[in-house]
Design a protein around this ligand. Structure first.
Ligand SMILES: [Zn+2]
Length: 316
């Protein structure tokens, strides 16, 4: 049976009807801006519009931030405060007539990669998304690690450097503060100021440097830009070495906008994992790019909706 996956982000809501094989049959997008009441009606409209004319067996709402899955609500969402502390299942039941489940967006994306993407051939996967923030999800023995309250798998907020930069969560030196797209931009500004004669330094005099600029200049051989991505990869690798030791995954899949830098970041991360993680886990783990792109949230949420209904037997 088809299912609806809804990915609610800081700027937009994407909803899709997805087949059991992971094919996207229909998709709609609406803005997630405005006060809470408008956000809730936009989510409901996305669900109603996308599912119109399709037979649908379940709905899962993937939401950003710290969730309390047992109460179907978001406790804290730094990029979407309007979604906080609302019983989303109850609100959506009233507006759409449908029962839905609530999941953290990165957990849903991890499930998407596990069912249909980079982790499809494996039972043990760690997924990391490098975007504005850093999200993560863990699949072990074919099951999504949720923890006691559904709040587990927050890999982006593991402390990597106790005296590192301030993170959006208020802590210092989280992986997110050192390896997100935002962190790459911040570090690029610093390196540009230290090396004004580099291509990166010259660009920064004229305009704001974006993550994709750093990748482009690094590909062109600019040492300053290369050093920013290598340093990012080192911090990422310190995190991944920890996850390798803790979860013993077969694959670590890296997605999100900043993953477009590919091996410019990942080679440094692999080196760090090799140095820091323990054998035999470090010898098994393969660190590679995720394959689903920005659709992983919608695809994963839809698969979770279906899997929660019992169609996919967890752990098999
Ligand atoms: Zn943090």
């Amino acid at each position: 049976m088809n299912a609806i996956g809804v990915d609610v982000g800081g700027t937009k809501i994407a909803a899709g009807v997805v087949t059991p094989e992971g094919k996207l049959l229909n998709e709609v997008r609406y803005p997630s801006s405005g006060p809470t009441e408008r956000l809730l009606s936009s989510i409901a409209r996305a669900i109603n519009d996308v599912g119109d004319g399709y037979e649908v067996g379940g709905v899962c709402l993937a939401v950003p931030g710290n969730i309390l899955a047992t109460e179907n609500r978001v406790v804290f969402s730094p990029n979407l405060h309007t979604i906080e502390n609302i019983d989303l299942k109850k609100e959506m039941k009233g507006r759409t007539g449908l029962d839905l489940t609530v999941e953290n967006d990165a957990n849903a994306a991890a499930w998407g990669e596990f069912r249909f993407g980079a982790g499809a051939a494996y039972d043990h996967l760690v997924f990391i998304t490098l975007g504005t923030g850093v999200g993560g999800g863990v699949i072990s023995h074919g099951m999504l690690l949720r923890g006691a309250q559904g709040a587990g798998g927050e890999l982006g907020h593991m402390t990597i450097n106790a005296t590192g930069p301030r993170c959006g969560c208020g802590n210092r030196g989280c992986l997110e503060s050192l390896a997100s797209g935002t962190a790459i931009q911040r570090r690029a500004r610093e390196v540009a100021a230290e090396e004004p004669g580099s291509a990166l330094g010259r660009l920064a005099i004229n305009r704001k440097v974006l993550g994709e600029d750093v990748t482009r200049l690094a590909r062109e051989g600019d040492k300053a830009a290369l050093s920013v991505l290598e340093e990012t990869g080192m911090w990422l690798g310190i995190g991944l070495a920890g996850y390798t030791n803790v979860f013993n995954p077969e694959v670590i899949a890296i997605g999100g906008g900043a993953s477009a830098a590919g091996d410019l970041i990942l080679d440094a991360a692999r080196r760090e994992v090799h140095l820091r993680a323990h054998s035999p886990a470090r010898d098994l783990v393969e660190i590679k790019e995720a394959t689903l792109g920005p659709e992983s949230g919608v695809l994963g949420a839809a698969a979770l909706a279906r899997d929660a209904s019992g169609e996919y037997v967890l752990g098999t």
